[in-house]
Design a binder for this molecule. Sequence first.
Ligand code: PMP
Length: 417
Amino acid sequence: MSAPIVTPVPAAAFDVEAVRAQFPVLAQQIRGKHLVYLDSGASAQKPEVVVQAVADCYRGYYSNIHRGVHALSERSTTAFERAREQVARFVNAPSPREIVFLRSTTEAINLVANSFLEPQLGPDDEILVTEMEHHSNIVPWQLVADRYGAKVVAAPVTDRGELDLDGLTRLIHGRTKLVAVTHVSNVLGTINPIADIVRLAHAQGVPVLVDGAQGVPHLAVDVQALGCDFYAFSAHKVYGPSGVGALWARAELLAAMPPYQGGGGMIRRVSFSGTTFADPPERFEAGTPDVAGVIGFGAAVEWTRALGLDAIAAHEHELTQYAMARLADIPGLRLIGTAADKAGVVSFVMDGVHPHDIGTILDGEGVAVRVGHHCAQPLMERFAVPATARASFGVYNTSADVDALAAALDKVRHWFG
Ligand code: PMP
C-alpha cells in the first residue's frame, strides 16, 4: 500500500453541511443534546481524510524513516518528506528545507529561544512581546533572558484588544534582539498587522518571530508576504494530529543556528573527538519523529488548502460577527476583545457569574466552550478579569451553533439572575 491520497473538497463551494459530514465526532449527543463544539481554538476536530491518512500509514506502510533501506522505510520516508512539501506550500515557504517538524508551536518557540536567541543574548538586552501573548510566547523568552540578565518587555494592547502600534514602535531600540508576536490572539481573536510590525522591526534591524498557532486555522498565511523571519504553528489547531508542529524559518537563519537537542538523525558524524551536524532541517529534528502524525499534518493542510483559506476566513468572519451581535444583546454580558480585524474567537464575562460556572452550565446544554485564563494570564491582568469564557469557531460551525450558545447563555442568566 502506498502513501495516503487526500481527496480535496472542491474549493468553489463552501458547503458547511458537507464539511460537517466529514467530522464524525460532531454527530453525537452530549447529555441528550446535540454537541455544539465551540472549542476549536484549544484544538480542532479532525476530518476523515486526516484520520484515514494516519490509519493508512499504520495499516499499510509504517516504519521508521530516513535510516532504513527496506521498502517500508522508503515509503514512510517519501510520505514524511511529502508532508514537508505540503506544509511548506501551505504557508508559501520558499523551500521545504525551511520547514522543521517539531512537537508543537511551543517547541518551535523554545527552539528559536535556545538556538537562535541565546547565543547573541547579553545583559540588558530585550525581547519584545505583546500583552496579548500566549504563555508559549512569553515563558521560553523569560527562561533564556533570565540566564543572561536580559528581559522580556510587552507592547501595550488597547481597550478594544488591538495592538498599540505606536507603543510597540517606542519599545523597539538598539537593545531589542527579537520581536515575538502572535498572528491571531487566542483570547481576543485580534488579527495583528504582521507585515506592518515586520516593517517597523526590520527598519531597526530586529528580526520577528510570529506565533502562528491561531493564524493558520483562520487565515491564508504567506510567510514571504508577511516578511517575518520565523513562523511557528501546530498541526492540531489546523485539523491535524496533536503532538506535531512546525517552524518555518529563513534558510540563512536556520543554517547559522546550532542544534537545540542532540540525538539520532541530526548528525553528520559522531565520534568521541567531536561530532558534526546535519544541515537543516534535520539538524533540529533529533530522535524518531511522530511519522504518522506528520503525514496526518500534511493531509490536514492539504485538506484545509483545498477547502480554501479565503472561504474559511469569510465563513468564520460571518459567524464571529453574528456571535458578537447575539451575545451583545444578553444583559450583563461583556465582550472582551472587539478589534476591527478579528478571527473566529469570542471571549466574554458575565456579571456575577464565574466563567467556570458558565462553562459547566453550557456543557449541560451540549455546548463546549473553554473557560479560564487561556494561558494568557498577563492579558487577564490587562483586562482586570480573572478568567473569561471563550467560544472559538472552526470550519464546521454554523449560525445554529451560535443560536445554541445564546440560548444556553440565557439559561445561565436565569440561573444567576
Ligand atoms: N500560541 C497560541 C496563540 C495558542 O493559542 C496556543 C495554543 N493554545 C499556543 C501558542 C501553543 O500551542 P501548542 O500547545 O500547540 O504548542
